[in-house]
Write a new protein. Structure first.
Lengths: 321, 184
């Protein structure tokens, strides 16, 4: 066991825990944001550098501070380590810089992006970025391509977090897409259009922190905040079958995995559940999902709403007669 | 309990002979009426004559087009989610090939409805709009006999393509931009 202090809060965690996970054990107020790290995917993290923290005391044995900011998702804790995250102006400054880097090529098309409202990059730039851009050159653009029957890749929005590549590698058998080229030219691609047809490939949509990989069956159907999330499950021979149905009226517009407070799915679901079972009759409903009051998804939703009966002129005439 | 001093106690005593003729009361009433012929009228002859409308006035909405005649609205839904009266309903659709002259981006509002009976003309939709699309104008909402005629669709909201069919929002826009927080 190791004792770490993060933003002045002390916690004892098992050896081998990363700083990010220790911070998450304390709570969302001290946890650094993460764009590429995903608890359920091995070897993820270390690409985006949004989770930079300052280590002001290395350990009890060697109390020297670490000279540079370290990435909390890959750095393991040591006994007596002291970490500052939100309290360090250095970290906040660096994070604002990272946001600026991530947004260098990211288009400002939130009004037409299906991910808006549950986008991690949107939250990150809102909470940690400067509300301005200092560049006016052309952004990197790509053509939209359909990878698989149900998934659309909008490479323009990609921030190269590698999460979808890790999903393909660790959840599905046989990865057919990856990152091609190098540096500024790198892009996610399959080279062969519509090549991804694995049963668990739909999870790439859930793990994508931005709107680069989107559900084609949900494309432009509705904004996220107009849909109502409902927990449901079904007997599926391929996956756990535990999902969230996103309703608009009586219609199921979209099926996703259940995401925890860090935006990571609890259990990966299969493509049959995700894309093909879009009727209430297919599912056993568990109840309305609890959404944070501060999330835009909870906007205009009321518990115990009683709708008044709507009268039309013809109805009133019929009653009087 | 008396709340103000303006209430009058009703006197129900029987009228005397002169009062029962009603003529003095009629004449005094007529004098008041005739006096008003020589005063300035309190009303105006709308719609020929229009009153001054302040730049802060918020009337019927308009969905603007850009200079090329494309609709600015991309059905992002920010107006609808920010609307405190929940008066706005949007259905989005994807722009097809050959429709580029009609819509600015790949997504557009196939249906855009404002329930004018729900709308409180607060102007928050205008403030929320990231695409420079919805504006409130100085036009007054016309009355109607039917409730469903107050649900304004795109046919009533979107301005025309021709220059003479455009709806001027210059005063309103200027006022809005002056009061907008400067983006640092």
């Amino acid at each position: 066991m190791a004792k770490v202090t993060i933003d002045g809060i002390e916690i004892e965690v098992p050896d081998g825990t990363t700083i990010l996970q220790a911070a998450r054990m304390i709570g969302p107020s001290v946890a650094p944001p993460a764009m590429c790290f995903y608890t359920k995917l091995k070897t993820s993290g270390g690409y985006c550098r949004t989770c930079l923290v300052e280590v002001t005391k290395g350990s009890d044995k060697d109390p020297r501070p670490m000279p540079k900011l370290v990435i909390s998702c890959r750095t393991t804790v040591m006994d007596g380590m002291v970490v500052t995250n939100q309290l360090s102006p250095r970290v906040l400054d660096a994070r604002a810089g990272i946001v600026e880097f991530l947004l260098l090529n990211h288009p400002l098309d939130c009004p037409i992006c299906d991910q808006a409202g549950e986008c991690h990059l949107q939250d990150l730039s809102y909470e940690n970025g400067n509300y301005t851009t200092r560049t006016d050159f052309e952004r990197r653009t790509f053509e939209k391509i359909d990878i698989g029957d149900f998934i659309q890749l909008h490479m323009t929005r990609c921030i190269l977090c590698y999460r979808c590549v890790k999903v393909a590698e660790q959840i599905t058998d046989g990865r057919v897409h990856g990152v091609l080229n190098r540096g500024d030219l790198s892009e996610i691609s399959t080279y062969i259009k519509e090549a991804i047809d694995n049963d668990f490939s739909g999870n790439m949509i859930d793990v994508c922190p931005v709107g680069a990989l989107t559900d084609k069956t949900f494309r432009f159907k509705s904004r996220v905040w107009f849909t109502k999330p409902v927990d449901a499950h079904r007997d599926c021979d391929k996956c756990s079958g535990k999902v969230v149905l996103w309703y608009k009226g009586e219609e199921v517009l979209r099926v996703t995995g259940r995401k925890d407070e860090w935006g990571e799915v609890d259990e990966f679901i299969c493509n049959t559940c995700r894309f093909e079972k879009k009727h209430t009759a297919d599912w056993s409903i568990e109840g309305v999902r609890n959404i944070s009051r501060h999330s835009v998804i909870s906007a205009n939703k009321y518990k115990n709403l009683v709708k008044p009966n709507e009268f039309h002129l013809n109805d009133i005439k019929a009653i009087t007669e | 309990m008396q709340l103000t001093n303006r209430s009058k106690v009703i006197n129900k005593k029987k009228l005397n002979w002169v009062e029962s003729l009603y003529l003095p009361a009629i004449f005094s009433g007529m004098i008041i009426t005739i006096k008003h012929f020589f005063k300035k009228a309190a009303t105006t002859r709308y719609p020929e004559e229009k009153r001054y409308i302040a730049p802060v006035y918020r009337g019927v909405h308009v969905l603007k087009r850009n200079d090329k005649g494309q609709e600015n609205c991309t059905a992002c839904g920010l107006c609808a989610v920010s609307c405190p009266a929940e008066a706005i309903t949007i259905v989005a659709a994807e722009r097809q090939k050959g429709e580029e002259h009609l819509y600015k981006k790949e997504k557009y509002a196939a249906m855009y409805e404002i329930n004018m009976l729900r709308c409180i003309f607060c102007g928050i939709c205008e403030e929320a709009c990231p695409e420079d699309s919805i504006y409130l104008t100085d036009r007054i909402l016309p009355s109607n006999y039917q409730r469903n005629n107050f649900i304004y669709g795109k046919d009533l909201l979107v301005e025309g393509i021709k220059p003479e069919e455009r709806i001027d929002i210059g005063v309103r826009k200027k006022h809005y931009e002056m009061n907008e927080k400067p983006r640092v």
